[in-house]
Design a protein around this ligand. Structure first.
Ligand code: NCD
Length: 649
């Protein structure tokens, strides 16, 4: 039986305003007790576990100090490489187990949404000490606590957030909190490091709040002369700066405040940059000059620390520099958070963890993948089913879903109905049906026609359907492909065939059998599943290890619709090795594709219009003449979405 109520703090939004204020009151009392050297015992029978999958100094040590100072005990795994995580244990399993050893878990993890997963699987409360680039709610408690102490209040303060606002998780939690307490935000991101859309969306949806974004230069002129900025007609957002965004969007401050109250400077989160992102040039460097104008002389300078080069050491002695006080607040504020949990456990009110309202769970095989490559759902393995909420969409022809774990949005072009096994191109008229399917758990979502068809879905109303190739003709096309490969590639011993699941896999095996018959060479054969996060490429020869290094890879697919699947297959190959050459073999070339990918070998050219779809049915290799007689290539066109009466069929 857990000894602390399940009060997870995954997001700063998990705490109500009254709860945050209560935590601050307790923190002040505890600060006094600490000053008086009192020994405290309120956590004497409790154990905290600190699970840190990422480096930390302040957060972990201040949590541990806080627990010790409250008379509690701490068990710590500061280097998860020394734990079962290194053996491939999922986060869900780890926290389920550790829940038996501790009464509260403090978790830091590199993946977005990790703390939400942990909260769902742990039976004790989870405190998020940073999950990827998402949130760091207890840092925000420290930030607000000190800011409020310095300024006396939060409502109406104007805070400039500077630096990496994209990956800085402390900034995201702080933004939600500043919005809630009625402070004004001016975002001053380094180029390319803007506050992410999902944060802006959540602010707009839940708090009707928005803020202005300016460049460092604009901020400088703002600091020097607000009036000048107000007269700049070419950039309307600047005119609204400090006054509360566009009309009707928010109104924390009716009158533009005369000054900036705080600068919150952050470190570039180098470790979170994507593989295609380069370190930002002209990253903010903040020094004492910034505090010299009449609009900034009252401002405090904040930083969650660690700093790199963005804050000059000369600032440290300035009483307006409060970053070491933020770090020091870590102990009383985190003590207060634990003390508040103990207080709540003793009280009567119960808080239950329930998945977000309106969450869409998908049947495993039709579940879309979260678009965020750092989402925890992409790392937890097969058993964590992704979960989404329907989100607003600007484009009426896209169906948008927001990941429940990392909050990133996915925009789908095709939706399916799991009972009728039909798929549809999404458009505005389908909103009603889709809502119905969400309610009864029968919604499927697909990135492409190909993905829908590979899951056995058929288009709603195929229109006139024509058979364009049958048995013998399909075999001829396969034969022709094999001939082209044999004629073109000088050394077949270097060749590995990689079929795109599922039809490409079958086709690759049939090609291999033909190549072997013609030349005696037996090329290795693998299948690539572009929809699978774990283990996407596997050999089709049982035990053989797949290797791309230095090989001539022939990617094999039945039809190319957009070219997306092939592009993705190539990316996946690149991730595991560097092939000597890559060639593309397709059974049917329909004459157009969205991406500039041209097959090297084509079984048959069948020009089609863009609304037409080609569907291939292939017998397994070794199916014999009767099996091969079942081979088919069909052509059909997609028309109108389904009617109400058919939706529940
Ligand atoms: C921050 C973090 O880990 O997100 N550190 C902290 O907890 N104070 C900020 C950072 O690493 O830049």
């Amino acid at each position: 039986m857990p000894r602390l109520k399940k009060l997870d703090v995954v997001s700063i939004e998990d705490l109500s305003t009254a709860e945050i204020e209560r935590i601050f009151t307790i923190a002040e009392e505890l600060e006094r007790s600490l000053e008086q050297g009192k020994s405290l015992t309120s956590a004497h029978n409790l154990v905290m576990s600190t699970l840190f999958y990422e480096p930390s100094t302040r957060t972990r040590l201040s949590f541990e100090s806080a627990m010790h100072r409250l008379g509690g005990a701490v068990i710590s795994s500061a280097d998860m490489q020394a734990s079962s995580a290194a053996k491939g244990e999922s986060l869900a399993d780890t926290v389920r187990v550790v829940s038996n050893y501790a009464d509260v878990i403090v978790l830091r993890h590199p993946q977005d949404g990790a703390a939400r997963v942990a909260a769902e699987y742990a039976t004790c409360p989870i405190i998020n000490a940073g999950d990827g680039s998402r949130e760091h709610p207890t840092q925000t408690l420290c930030d607000l606590y000190i800011l409020k102490k310095k300024k006396g209040y939060l409502k109406g303060l104007t805070v400039a957030l500077c630096g990496d606002l994209k990956y800085g998780r402390t900034v995201h939690s702080l933004i939600y909190a500043l919005a809630r307490f009625g402070a004004n935000i001016v975002a001053v991101p380094t180029a390319g490091m803007n506050v992410p859309e999902y944060v802006l969306d959540r602010l707009a949806a839940e708090r009707s709040y928005s803020f202005s974004t300016v460049t460092m230069d604009e901020l400088k002129s703002l600091a020097g002369g607000l009036d000048a900025l107000y007269l700049t007609p070419s950039a309307p957002h600047q005119m609204a700066l400090f006054a509360g965004g566009a009309a009707g969007e928010r109104a924390p401050a009716a009158e533009p405040p005369a000054a900036l109250d705080a600068f919150y400077v952050t470190r570039l989160q180098k470790e979170r940059l994507g593989s295609k992102e380069s370190p930002a040039e002209n990253y903010v460097r903040f020094d004492a000059r910034a505090l010299k104008t009449h609009r900034t002389q009252e401002a405090v300078v904040m930083h969650p620390l660690p700093r790199t080069n963005e804050l000059a050491y000369e600032l440290d002695e300035d009483p307006r520099a409060i970053y070491f006080q933020q770090a020091a607040a870590g102990v009383p504020v985190r003590m207060a958070l634990i003390a508040w949990m103990i207080e709540e456990t003793a009280g009567k009110d119960v808080r239950l963890v329930t998945p977000a309202e309106g969450a869409v769970r998908f049947r495993a095989e039709t579940a879309p993948r979260c678009v965020n490559s750092n989402c925890i759902t992409r790392f937890e393995g097969l058993y964590l089913r992704p979960r989404f909420r329907a989100a607003r969409s600007v484009d009426p022809n896209r169906f948008n879903l927001r990941c429940d774990y990392c909050e990133r949005e996915l925009s789908a072009e095709f939706v399916g109905h799991t009972r009728s096994h039909r798929y549809y191109k999404f458009d505005e008229s389908m909103h009603g049906f889709v809502r119905q399917w969400i309610a009864d758990g029968s919604l499927a979502v697909f990135d492409s026609v190909k993905q829908a068809e590979e899951h056995g879905y058929e288009p709603y109303k195929r229109g006139p359907q024509r058979e364009i190739l049958k048995g013998g003709e399909v075999s001829q096309a396969v034969e022709s492909l094999a001939d082209q490969i044999v004629a073109d590639i000088p050394d077949l011993a270097d060749v590995t065939l990689v079929g795109v699941v599922s039809h490409g896999g079958l086709l690759a095996m049939r090609l291999r059998a033909l190549i072997e018959k013609k030349t005696g060479v037996h090329p290795p054969c693998a299948a690539v599943d572009v929809y699978s996060a774990a283990d996407p490429i596997r050999p089709l020869d049982g035990s053989e290890e797949f290797s791309a290094e230095g090989r001539t890879i022939v990617i094999v697919d039945d039809v190319i619709n957009s070219g997306w699947t092939v592009q993705r297959a190539m990316t996946m190959l690149w991730q595991i090795g560097r092939p000597g050459a890559v060639k593309l073999a397709v059974l049917i070339d329909r004459g157009h594709r969205a991406l500039p990918i041209r097959p090297n070998y084509v079984g048959k050219n069948i020009p089609t219009s863009r609304t037409e779809r080609v569907q291939v049915r292939l017998a397994a290799p070794g199916a014999g003449a009767t099996g091969k007689a079942q081979d088919r290539v069909m052509l059909y066109s997609m028309v109108e979405p389904m009617r109400e009466s058919e939706a529940t069929r």
